[in-house]
Write a protein that binds this ligand. Structure first.
Ligand code: SF4
Length: 278
């Protein structure tokens, strides 16, 4: 962490004293913990459900981010390794899963905690797929489910909306690594495996079709989760919601090409899906 290279941004800052693009120093900072978080895929919606841990900061910081307060707004509370372990111990009593949301810039600190204490319930690694395979390899034995948001097949779009020129190449490698995790279900509930999400952005149907084409070619046997929920926030450069026609085109391509997965209802674009962080 003296020269931070733990994600593909390669900021090379000393995170003991300063932060890089993600905006975070080396200690874990958490913006919010939500018990019984009901907004993940049905295969996680057990009675006890998911404890969602929203990590502060982000190594991608998409300009249209729905959770802007946590990715760039500086909200959150620092957790020492011991405090993070205490949180896991307390929350696992009432949960069937931990959902680590946007954790990729805290891999070192999370690994340190998980080496000392491994929770008894599966951990879901809920990320943007813009991260380091080398870091994931170190964490892999502690992670049960990879829930990856595959955002762009078009690097120009990634550059315009998420300030990265190589999103597609990085995300391909990450999905390839995570696809080594076999899908295991207990009844209808996933215990380990991979789900690849894709959020359809207004005006970017072509990108969505290209993402689906890539996934069909390389990972057609995995679960896909197509999402329609984009809601513009005040700071978003995308000022409108998805149209019914845009979603219909992408959803048809999804249904024509994939056998396993989840399709969000079109009317899911509501700010009710955005947790409040204050
Ligand atoms: S984790 Fe943060 S500081 Fe480290 S390389 Fe990524 S964005 Fe930069």
């Amino acid at each position: 962490m003296k020269i931070c290279n733990i994600c593909p941004r390669h900021c090379r800052v000393d995170r003991k004293n300063e932060s890089g693009f993600c905006g975070e120093k080396e200690e874990i900072r958490i913006a919010k913990v939500i018990d019984n978080f009901m907004w993940e895929e049905p295969c996680f919606t057990t009675k006890k459900g998911v404890v969602a841990i929203f990590f502060s900061g982000c190594n991608l910081k998409c300009s249209y981010c729905q959770n802007h307060e946590i990715s760039s707004g500086g909200v959150g509370e620092i957790y020492s390794t011991e405090n993070f372990i205490s949180l896991l111990k307390e929350k696992e009593k009432t949960a069937d899963y931990f959902d680590f949301i946007t954790p990729s810039h805290f891999t070192s600190a999370i690994l340190k905690a998980l080496e000392k204490y491994t929770p008894k319930v599966p951990i879901i690694w809920n990320s943007s797929a813009y991260e380091s395979v080398e870091e994931l390899k170190k964490l892999d034995k502690y992670i049960s489910v990879y829930l990856l948001d595959f955002k762009y097949a078009d690097n120009n779009l990634g550059a315009r909306l998420s300030h990265v020129k190589n999103y597609f190449e990085i995300a391909q490698k990450v999905v390839e690594f995570c696809a080594k995790k076999a899908d295991v279900f207990k009844g209808e509930y996933m215990q380990s495996g991979l789900i690849i999400r894709h959020l359809v952005l207004p005006g970017e149907v072509k990108n969505s079709l290209a993402v689906l084409d890539f996934l069909k070619k390389n990972h057609s046997n995995r679960h896909l989760s197509l999402m329609s929920q984009f809601t513009p926030t005040l700071k978003s450069p995308i000022k409108r919601k998805l149209t019914a026609l845009e979603y219909k085109i992408v959803a048809k391509h999804f249904l024509d090409n994939f056998e396993k997965g989840y399709l969000q209802d079109f009317d899911s674009a509501s700010d009710a899906f955005i947790p409040k962080f204050n």
